[in-house]
Design a protein around this ligand. Structure first.
Ligand SMILES: C[S@@+](CC[C@H](N)C(=O)[O-])C[C@H]1O[C@@H](n2cnc3c(N)ncnc32)[C@H](O)[C@@H]1O
Length: 303
């Protein structure tokens, strides 16, 4: 039998934390909720991972500017209860990026701050290529990763099923003064789009994806992470360039372990030199000085 504990090729899960960000802060977490600051506004949202006791007293939580209240279960819409009038949207700054925050009926704000934990890796991998890199962002949502890659000088193709999400991403592009950058905005089902790109002979140096556990394409096409991810990753290898630099899968709220993501990506990237790593993303709670786990990831790097 193979002794996995001594196999040098297998690395254990790696924890990545988002770098500190002036306009975003995780202030506290506990009792199934998190208290965050987006710019000057403090928000309370559900957080199923935070099963421990919060560190700040209740009256501080109660003074948040808005709190998301669930109407039924985890994935149903809810409502934002505002403790004071809030603008319909406001801008966050991240270096040269300008990103609109809005309070949506599914508790999201248009920003997953933990994604920034991948940006150092993206920058490193993209600077390894000699020419202008092409990047494909699947399930691109409001465009943070797309705009970060565009800002680094890459040509980017952003795919998402939701027209409002793509409009929001374009508003972020405009606010960030990146309208001149080469970004293709595509509203499509990810599987259909990648198959079409294979037929067209398109090629990408880096592919980044942030798939939900369950989703729908624009024509109701069903996406289920557990069933479709291996096939999507396999299809993606057919649109990698001659000298690809990276493939990243980020996933939330799954029953999978990061080792399952690792195994899935490693199996698909097996013919390529380079290495696969996997692990968890976490946000740093500035009050209690502990970590809040947020997502899983696996990524293949050429170097
Ligand atoms: C919000 S992001 C990722 C969020 C995070 N991974 C999560 O699960 O909470 C998910 C994005 O995937 C898009 N999406 C879902 N199913 C899709 C599909 N079949 N094709 C293209 N985009 C899809 C949604 O429109 C959404 O913008």
């Amino acid at each position: 039998m193979r002794d996995y504990t001594t196999n040098q090729k297998i690395t254990g899960p790696v924890l990545l934390t988002a770098p500190s960000w002036d306009d975003y802060e995780l202030i506290d977490a506990g009792s199934g909720q998190k208290l965050e600051r987006f710019g000057r506004y403090r928000l309370v949202r559900p957080e199923p991972q935070a099963i421990w006791a919060p560190s700040l007293p209740l009256d501080i939580w109660n003074r948040a500017d808005a709190q998301f209240k669930r109407t039924r279960h985890d994935d149903s819409p809810g409502e934002w209860v505002r403790n004071q009038p809030l603008p319909e949207q406001w801008l966050l700054h991240y270096d040269n990026l300008r990103l609109w925050v809005r309070l949506t009926p599914f508790r999201h704000t248009g920003i997953f701050p933990e994604h920034t934990a991948h940006w150092e890796w993206m920058q490193r991998q993209l600077s390894a290529g000699a020419r202008q890199s092409s990047v494909l962002v699947l399930f691109g949502y409001t465009g943070l990763t797309t705009l970060f890659a565009a800002q680094l000088g890459a040509r980017v193709c952003h795919v998402d099923a939701s027209r409002p999400a793509v409009r929001w991403a374009q508003a972020n592009q405009e606010a960030s003064d990146l309208l001149e950058r080469p970004i293709r905005w595509i509203i499509d089902d990810v599987m259909k789009f990648v198959r079409r790109e294979i037929r067209r002979g398109s090629r990408y140096d880096m592919i980044v994806m942030d798939p939900p556990v369950f989703g729908r394409g624009p024509k109701g096409e069903i996406w289920r992470l557990g069933e479709a991810l291996p096939e999507l990753l396999t299809l993606c290898t057919s649109i990698l360039s001659q000298q690809p630099v990276g493939v990243l899968v980020n996933a939330y709220a799954t029953n999978f372990s990061s080792i399952a993501l690792y195994n899935t990506l490693a199996a698909v990237m097996h013919p390529y030199a380079g290495n696969v790593s996997a692990g968890e993303l976490a946000l740093y709670d500035t009050t209690a000085q502990r970590l809040l786990p947020t997502a899983l990831y696996a990524r293949w790097s050429s170097t």
